[in-house]
Ligand binder design. Structure first.
Ligand SMILES: Nc1ncnc2c1ncn2[C@@H]1O[C@H](COP(=O)(O)OP(=O)(O)O)[C@@H](O)[C@H]1O
Ligand SMILES: [Mg+2]
Length: 253
C-alpha cells in the first residue's frame, strides 16, 4: 500500500551544519506518528522539510506515492499537507473567526469548516469574535490547530503544540486530536512529553542528533528504550556517531 506521506532518506541542514541525516518513515491515513527527541535533534527541521518549507539536501518526500520534494510549501498545502509550526503565529489584530477563515485560504473540499472545527475544539466556541491578542496560550494553540484544519488537510504536522500550556489545557487539546484523527487524517506529531506521546501515538520515531535511532509502536517499545534513545544512553555506535548500524532496531538494547 502506498503511504499517505513518506520521508525517504531525508537529509537536511543549514549551510554546512547537518540537522537531519538519512531519516525515513511513512505515515498512513488515520495514523499518528510521533517524533521524539531532545532539543536540537532535528524534529522541527524534518517537519519543515515535509511541509515544503525547507529544502532537503538529499532524499525524497512523497505524498500518496507522488514525489513532492520540489513542491513549494503553499502548493504542498493545497495538496493537503499542513504544518502547525512551533509558536502560534496568529494574526493578532484579527478575530478568532477571521484567523480560522485565513486557514481556509486554499479552499480544499472536506468536512472542516468553522462549525466542525468548533465541534472538535469546543474551547473556541465562545471565542469566535474575540481578538486573537486577547487569548490565553492554550486558546491560541487551539486556534492554530483549527486554522490548519480549515484547509482540510490530509496530513497534519504538529510541532510542539502543547509547549508552555497548563496540563489541563493540554488534556483538552489531546482530546480534540482524537476527534481530528477520527476524520482519517495522518498526523505527524512532535511532543516533548513522552508519556503523552506514548498514549496518543500509533508509531514512534526517536531522533538523536539528526538520526532516527529507534522506531516502533508503543506496544513494542519500552519506556526505557525510548528514554535511552532520547538521551543517547547505551548506544554503542559503530561509526562514532548516532545512527550507526548498531543503533538501529531493538536487537542492540
Ligand atoms: N534557522 C536555523 N539556522 C541554523 N541552524 C538551525 C536553524 N534551525 C535549527 N538549526 C539547528 O539545526 C539543528 C536541529 O534543530 P531543530 O530542527 O530545530 O531541532 P528540534 O526541533 O528537534 O529541537 C540544531 O542543531 C539547530 O541548532
Ligand atoms: Mg523543534
Amino acid at each position: 500500500m502506498t503511504a499517505l506521506l513518506a520521508a525517504e532518506s531525508i537529509s537536511a541542514g543549514y549551510g554546512d551544519s547537518r540537522a537531519v541525516v538519512d531519516v525515513s518513515f511513512a505515515v498512513d491515513a488515520g495514523e499518528v506518528l510521533a517524533l521524539v527527541g531532545a532539543n536540537g535533534a532535528g524534529k522541527s527541521t524534518l517537519l519543515r522539510v515535509l511541509a515544503g518549507a525547507h529544502r532537503p539536501t538529499a532524499g525524497r518526500v512523497s505524498l500518496r506515492g507522488e514525489d513532492v520534494t520540489r513542491v513549494r510549501d503553499f502548493e504542498r498545502n493545497r495538496m493537503g499537507v499542513c504544518l502547525v509550526p512551533e509558536g502560534r503565529r496568529l494574526f493578532a489584530s484579527l478575530t478568532v473567526r477571521e484567523n480560522l477563515e485565513v486557514g481556509a485560504g486554499s479552499r480544499r473540499d472536506g468536512r472542516w469548516g468553522i462549525d466542525t472545527v468548533v465541534d472538535a475544539l469546543p474551547m473556541l466556541g465562545d471565542l469566535l469574535d474575540r481578538n486573537a491578542s486577547q487569548l490565553s496560550g492554550g486558546q491560541q494553540q487551539a486556534v492554530a490547530i483549527g486554522r490548519a484544519l480549515m484547509s482540510n488537510p490530509e496530513v497534519l504536522l504538529l510541532d510542539e503544540v502543547s509547549l508552555g500550556l497548563a496540563p489541563i489545557v493540554i488534556d483538552e487539546l489531546y482530546e480534540s486530536l482524537a476527534a481530528v484523527r477520527g476524520g482519517g487524517l495522518g498526523i505527524v506529531l512532535v511532543e516533548q512529553d513522552l508519556e503523552r506521546t506514548v498514549a496518543v501515538a500509533d508509531r514512534i520515531v526517536c531522533m538523536l542528533e539528526g538520526h532516527a535511532v529507534l522506531e516502533g509502536t508503543p506496544a513494542t517499545l519500552t519506556h526505557e528504550q525510548i528514554t535511552d534513545a532520547y538521551f543517547g544512553h547505551h548506544l554503542a555506535f559503530s561509526d562514532g556517531g548516532p545512527g550507526g548500524a548498531s543503533a538501529k532496531g531493538a536487537s542492540s538494547w
